[in-house]
Each structure stands twice: as structure tokens, then as C-alpha cells.
Design a protein around this ligand. Structure first.
Ligand code: HEC
Ligand code: HEC
Length: 491
């Protein structure tokens, strides 16, 4: 098949702006003819040296997030899958199912603006990207169709998960020491920020019996991203998504100088680029609570907030969690290989989440701490039972329960992540992020609540036992949780 290769297009432009060659932003003679969407790449060493202001990095990240990548950027991965494995040459540049499936991150993350959630039409067929092209079928046997989530407030979510992971690691370490000292298996309960993740048992030889661990991977790394709870950081997600959706391959994932996908370009995204796009997402302001102006609606929303807690919705959709540190720091220490880690930089890049969140759902809690009102517990639950099974609509397991750990560290063989379990959805943007449910196939909040069986059956039944005005009041409360239509803060 005859392919237009980057090097035969507008060669003059490429000499000065080839992908991956770090160039500094600033006035330059305007390029003539076709150009890459990204003209400037960022050097991690200069970020480490503090050479860029927060605004420089945030804006650079937004440019990467909003850019409609093209052939000259390195868009496309003609000979590799979205998982990075080889596939037969001559694959189409775009395939709606197994991707590349979009021109930009913002192509899906657009409601009400860059960084937001998406329409049903922006759904992704998660895991189709690891197959040879799924060209003819959106059958559930091949992939899990998921709706686009917004990442407003994602920085505090990543930090909450990091602090929870540190708590769970400390418990495991303690349990391991006790088991070693006592020479018998020791069991402790796993609790982080007041959320119970079941029990851990450690054997004297250090192996973990994971059978009573609940709602988190056996490696105890709280992974707040993907509705399945499969990804630990915005950085890991960005490295995945750049390759999956756009065929844009980062140096930290695919290696320096390697044209892994054989599209004629290497070094398509630098470490600094991935830092910038991560900072952009992490610093996006958080959703906010906007009370209705009309007295009747306002009273209903206030009453609904109380009812929401009284009938137990708040057990999973936690109205308050406390972050001990208000600093976001990049990169995340729990990143798996293939992503920059703290040892790869001279110093982590930090910023103040209280400032960037700029929201009444992220409040100063004193002593350097902040209160986060995201309405989630960052734990996986199973909302399915014999009568209510809508949320059990997936067939392809997304990874394994041992997470990033060596399977030999456990007493039982590897098990896939359960297809029927999902993280308690963050509700802080629920007021303007329709559609609902992990597949985005529900148009009303009431439908989403209706399908809360299994672990949430008691709370769900309590909701439908309420008089209809009180049900409407809970909905009125949920409608107060929104993403602002236009940017209100520094992030
Ligand atoms: C074709 C649509 C589409 C494109 C393009 C896309 N995303 Fe997403 N994104 C999704 C969907 C769908 C989800 C939810 C996935 C899930 O839950 O399994 C998601 C989830 C995310 C999340 C996790 C949010 C959370 O709270 O769990 C991050 C971070 C993210 N995307 C970043 C990006 C970045 C960065 C890009 C561009 C490199 C990008 N996405 C491009 C559709 C898209
Ligand atoms: C056992 C934990 C649990 C309890 C209790 C619970 N939820 Fe949920 N909720 C979840 C999970 C998990 C999801 C994600 C479901 C999915 O999409 O797979 C969810 C999703 C939702 C959604 C859909 C949001 C969206 O944007 O798609 C709404 C609305 C909601 N819950 C409201 C409620 C209300 C109201 C109550 C109380 C009657 C409640 N929940 C009780 C765990 C829970």
C-alpha cells in the first residue's frame, strides 16, 4: 500500500520542527505549508530546573490536550496496536473501534469544555485497542464500551489515591513484620481514609493471602482512573491514551529514538510533553456546588443532601475526605515501569491544589490539609444481583487483580479484575455530565439509581421507598454538583 510518509510532506518545515526535537516556545519565522499540530516540545530537564512558570506548563498541556494531531506529529501507529504489540503492516489510519479513533483528547473530553466528559458518541471500546483491528464488530466479546469521564479536579483525586495507597502500604508492612516475628500468618484490617478494603493476611515467608482484600487490587495501589480502577496516575493514563487514541508514542514508554510503530517518526512526545499534559489535567479546577436561586428548589436541594446521607448513599459516594497535603507533585511514586517516576527527575514539579481547584468542593481544612467533596470512596463495588444486573454488562476482564505486583507475591494464582465491579462514581460533576453509567447508556439519574443492586441494594431500595417529592429532592441535590461552563480559576 502506498503511504504518505511524514518525510515527503513539507520537508522544509520538518527540518526545523521535527517531532521530538525539543524547541523553545517563542517568536520564530512562521512555518510555510503543512505543519505538525505541535510545533514545540518540552524538555523535562528544563522543567526540573524550574525554567517554566505554572502558566507556561498548563498552557502547553492544554495545547497538547486540544491539539488535533496529524501525520507530521507522528499521528497513527500503522504497525502496532494500542497496547504497543506488533500488528500486520498496512492498517488503516483510523478505526472507530480499536483506534486511533479521534483527532484530539478534547475530541472526546469536551463537555462543557476541554477536559470534560463526553457524549455517548464519544464512547470508547476499551481493550479493542489491544487486538488486531476490530473492524466489523462492537460485540461485547471483544471490548468494553465506556463513556468518557471528565477530569476536572483530577489532581486532588490522584493525590487522595496516593495518600490512601501509602496508608495501605504501611498496614501491609506492619502485618509483614508481625508475621515474620511471630512465625505465623497475621491478619489485619485494611482501612484508608476511613474506607475499608477488607482484610490482609501475610504469611511468615512474606507472601500475601489476598482472598479477603475488597475493592482494590491486591498490590494495594489505589488506582483512581478508569471506571474499573485500573490506572494509578494521570501520567500513566496520558501515556496510554496518547498511543491508544492517537498513535502518538512517548519516549518514556517506547524509548528514545525508536520508531516503534514504523510511521516514519521517532520521539513523538517528550517526557516534558507528558509532564505538561499531566499538569494540565491535574490542575483543571474542580467541579463545584451551585445552589438553585429559586427558594423552593433550593430548599429541596438542601433537604435532598440530608436524605442522600440519611439513606446511605454517602457510604460509597463520600461527601468528604481529607487530603493531608495540598501539594500536587509530579511524577507519582507509584507509577509502573514505562512512565516517568520520581527517580527520573532532579526534583518533582509541585503546585498548590487549593489554588488550582478554585471550588467550594475543595476547601481549606487547616494545617496544610484540604477537604475534598468528590462523592466517591475510590473503591470498586459490585452493584449487581439476581434482579438488577445492568451494570454487569461487560465480558472482557480489564487486567489482573495483582495489579503492578509480581503474581508470585500471593498465595493464590492470578485472577482477572471482576467484570461486574466499578469504582463508586465521583458525583461532583453529575449535575451536567449526562449520560450516566459506565457505558453512558442511561439518560436519567433515576435510571442509574434504579440499577444500584448488589452492594447498594439496601440504599437503592431505601431511595425508592421514599415519597416521590423526597426522591426529587435527592435529584435536585445531585443537580447542584456541576462543572462551571467557563474557566473560573488559574487551572
Ligand atoms: C475516543 C474518545 C477519547 C479520547 C480521544 C480520549 N479519551 Fe480519555 N477517556 C475516554 C473514556 C471513554 C474514558 C473512560 C474510560 C473508562 O472508564 O474505562 C476516559 C478516561 C480518561 C481518564 C480517566 C478519568 C477518570 O476519572 O477515570 C483520563 C485521565 C483521560 N481519559 C485522559 C485522556 C487523554 C490525556 C487523552 C488524549 C491523549 C484522552 N483521554 C483521549 C475517552 C477518550
Ligand atoms: C455500594 C456503593 C454505592 C452506594 C451505596 C451507592 N452508590 Fe451510586 N454508584 C456506585 C457505583 C459503583 C457507581 C458506578 C456504576 C457504574 O456505572 O458502573 C455509582 C453510580 C451512581 C450514579 C451515576 C453517576 C454517573 O455519572 O453515571 C448516580 C446518580 C448514583 N450512583 C447515585 C447514588 C444514590 C442516589 C445512592 C443512594 C440511593 C447511591 N448512588 C448509592 C456505588 C454506590
Amino acid at each position: 500500500m502506498l503511504r504518505i510518509e511524514p518525510r515527503i510532506v513539507a520537508a522544509g518545515v520538518l527540518l526545523t520542527c521535527s517531532a521530538g526535537v525539543p524547541a523553545e516556545p517563542g517568536p520564530a519565522s512562521p512555518p510555510i505549508g503543512e505543519t505538525p499540530a505541535i510545533l514545540h516540545h518540552y524538555e523535562q530537564a528544563r522543567i526540573d530546573d524550574g525554567r517554566y512558570s505554572f502558566t507556561d506548563l498548563f498552557d502547553a498541556g492544554q495545547r497538547l490536550f486540544d491539539a488535533r494531531f496529524n501525520l507530521l506529529d507522528g499521528q497513527g501507529r500503522p504497525e502496532t496496536t494500542g497496547g504497543g504489540a506488533p500488528r500486520a503492516p498496512g492498517q488503516p489510519a483510523f478505526i472507530r473501534t480499536s483506534a486511533p479513533d479521534a483527532n484530539s483528547c478534547m475530541g472526546c473530553h469536551a463537555q462543557p469544555r476541554s477536559g470534560g466528559a463526553g457524549d455517548f458518541v464519544a464512547n470508547v471500546f476499551v481493550l479493542a485497542q489491544t487486538l488486531d483491528p476490530v473492524t466489523h464488530s462492537v460485540e461485547g466479546a471483544f471490548s468494553n464500551e465506556r463513556n468518557t469521564l471528565g477530569m476536572f479536579g483530577a489532581g486532588v483525586i490522584e493525590m487522595l489515591a496516593r495518600e490512601m495507597t501509602a496508608e495501605l502500604f504501611a498496614i501491609r508492612e506492619d502485618t509483614t513484620l508481625a508475621a515474620r516475628e511471630q512465625g505465623v500468618p497475621v491478619t489485619r484490617s485494611l482501612e484508608a481514609k476511613g474506607v475499608s478494603f477488607g482484610d490482609i493476611t501475610v504469611l511468615p515467608d512474606g507472601r500475601v493471602d489476598p482472598t479477603a482484600i475488597d475493592g482494590v487490587d491486591w498490590d494495594l495501589v489505589v488506582k483512581p482512573f478508569h471506571q474499573k480502577g485500573a490506572v494509578v496516575s494521570l501520567r500513566e493514563f496520558s501515556n496510554n491514551a496518547m498511543n491508544h487514541h492517537h498513535g502518538m508514542q512517548s519516549v518514556e514508554r517506547f524509548g528514545e529514538g525508536a520508531d516503534h510503530d514504523n510511521d516514519g517518526l521517532a520521539n513523538e512526545l517528550t517526557e516534558g510533553d507528558i509532564t505538561a499534559v499531566t499538569i494540565y489535567q491535574a490542575a483543571l479546577e474542580a467541579p463545584r456546588q451551585v445552589w438553585p436561586k429559586h427558594g423552593r428548589a433550593r430548599r429541596a436541594a438542601q433537604q435532598g443532601a440530608e436524605t442522600f446521607a440519611a439513606i446511605g448513599c454517602a457510604r460509597c459516594h463520600r461527601p468528604s475526605m481529607t487530603l493531608d497535603s495540598r501539594q500536587f507533585s509530579e511524577p507519582n511514586p507509584y507509577n509502573p515501569p514505562g512512565n516517568l517516576g520520581p527517580d527520573d527527575v532532579t526534583q518533582p514539579y509541585t503546585f498548590d491544589l487549593l489554588k488550582t481547584s478554585n471550588s467550594n468542593l475543595v476547601r481549606n481544612a487547616g494545617n496544610g490539609r484540604i477537604e475534598v467533596r468528590a462523592f466517591t470512596d475510590l473503591k470498586r463495588h459490585n452493584l449487581n444481583d439476581t434482579e438488577l444486573g445492568h451494570f454487569d454488562n461487560e465480558q472482557v476482564p480489564q487486567g489482573f487483580l495483582h495489579g503492578f505486583a509480581d503474581p508470585a507475591a500471593f498465595t493464590v494464582p492470578p485472577q482477572p479484575r471482576p467484570t461486574g465491579e466499578f469504582l463508586s462514581r465521583k458525583l461532583w460533576d453529575v449535575g451536567n455530565s449526562a449520560p450516566y453509567g459506565h457505558r453512558g447508556d442511561l439518560t436519567l439519574m433515576t435510571e442509574a439509581i434504579h440499577w444500584h443492586g448488589g452492594d447498594a441494594r439496601v440504599e437503592r431500595d431505601a431511595y425508592f421507598d421514599l415519597p416521590v417529592e423526597q426522591q426529587a429532592a435527592v435529584i435536585e441535590f445531585l443537580k447542584t454538583l456541576v462543572v462551571a461552563e467557563s474557566r473560573t480559576g488559574p487551572g
